[in-house]
Design a protein around this ligand. Structure first.
Ligand SMILES: *Cc1c(COP(=O)(O)O)cnc(C)c1O
Length: 340
């Protein structure tokens, strides 16, 4: 296999089980590339854990989930009038009064409240209108989506919506939330024993114990290269003699397509600036680690391969060996997931 996600199965599943125990009412989120595992595999794991509701990102993903998952399927994307998927197991997220009026009366819905994330959802003053507009629908509760960088404010925002839900005419006293930690969820539950709380969790579930996961790419070829020699699609000159690895992972796997990083600290920002200068000079650090360091790409990767330079003094791996790759799980398409 070219790019494999090695999973320490026992450790990973122990983390999944511990997360489920710590977060009562958890709704596993399986969207996009299934957090690196693939949506089929993650869905099967969620089923093994005996959970009843699965959250997916889009209506296209929901179509698959209605086949692969036996329980309810919550769609996180806001429902809009052009969406036609309809199923008794489907739960829609609806955040505009007009959409609550427009959706089929057989639909099960969550009413979405806005938060500081400012993506979708209605404001607190609109809730009464929304409840009117939801007449005839099966409302399964109120949903809020909170930012990742909550700056300590997520619990307060959740508490406000919990209070709104508690006082409202909605019969379904369930608050569906994201991005609250176990302590914040426990506090919220304790303060609102009239409400059921359902945390939607993806990253902290699937990727919460990164030590259980090791992405690695296969070395397909190793060449001796000399300074000045031209190689690759771009016929770039090698800057230092050494070895060039042909690694079996490239842009088709998401390698070399880094999404912008949310750099928080000055040190991280400094590193980005330094990297930017080198990138301006046409250099980029690959995700592949040899001898403890991420090595430079010889040229931008293309489809299924990357060319990586190991300067003299670094012992090259052999053909067929694997090199560990530091990749972003949610943007990487692994060829295989290997449970070990
Ligand atoms: C993606 C998503 C989640 C899960 O987010 P993670 O950070 O992966 O846990 C929860 N709620 C909504 C609405 C989402 O879109």
């Amino acid at each position: 296999m070219n790019l494999t996600l090695h999973v320490d199965a026992e450790r990973w599943r122990a983390h999944l089980a511990a997360t489920i125990d710590a977060l009562p009412g958890i709704v596993p989120v399986v969207k996009g590339n299934g957090y690196g595992f693939g949506r089929d595999l993650a869905t099967a794991e969620a089923a093994r854990l005996g959970l009843g509701t699965l959250a997916v990102g889009t209506y296209a993903e929901a179509e698959d989930a209605l086949i692969s998952w036996a329980g309810d399927v919550l769609v996180l994307s806001a429902w809009r009038p052009w969406e036609t998927l309809d199923d008794p197991r489907l739960i829609h997220t609806v955040g505009r009064v007009e959409d609550l009026r427009a959706i089929s009366r057989s639909a099960r819905v969550l009413i979405e409240g806005a938060t500081s994330l400012a993506r979708h959802g209605l404001g607190e003053p609109e809730l009464a209108d929304a409840i009117d507009a939801a007449d005839g629908l099966t409302v399964e509760g109120l949903s809020i989506h909170l930012p990742l960088a909550g700056h300590g404010d997520n619990a307060r925002q959740a508490a406000r919506w919990a209070a709104q839900l508690g006082q409202s005419q909605l019969p379904a006293k369930t608050l569906w939330v994201s991005h609250l930690n176990a302590a914040e969820l426990a506090d919220l539950s304790a303060a609102h024993d009239d409400l059921a709380i359902r945390p939607r969790v993806g990253t902290a579930l699937w990727l919460g114990d990164l030590d259980a996961l090791r992405p690695a790419a296969t070395v397909l070829d190793v060449h001796r290269v000399r300074r000045g020699e031209r190689v690759g699609y771009r016929q770039r000159q090698i800057t230092r003699s050494g070895h060039m690895l042909v690694v079996g992972a490239g842009t088709s796997h998401g390698v070399g397509l880094d999404a912008p990083k949310a750099n928080r600290s000055m040190v991280e920002r400094g590193k980005t600036v330094a990297r930017g200068t080198l990138e301006a000079a046409g250099w980029a650090r690959s995700p592949f680690i040899v001898d403890g360091r991420q090595r430079w790409f010889v040229e931008p990767p293309h489809m299924h391969h990357s060319l990586v330079l190991l300067p003299d003094g670094v012992t090259p791996p052999g053909v067929g060996d694997e090199v560990t790759a530091r990749v972003r799980f949610t943007t990487t398409a692994f060829d295989a997931v290997s449970f070990e």
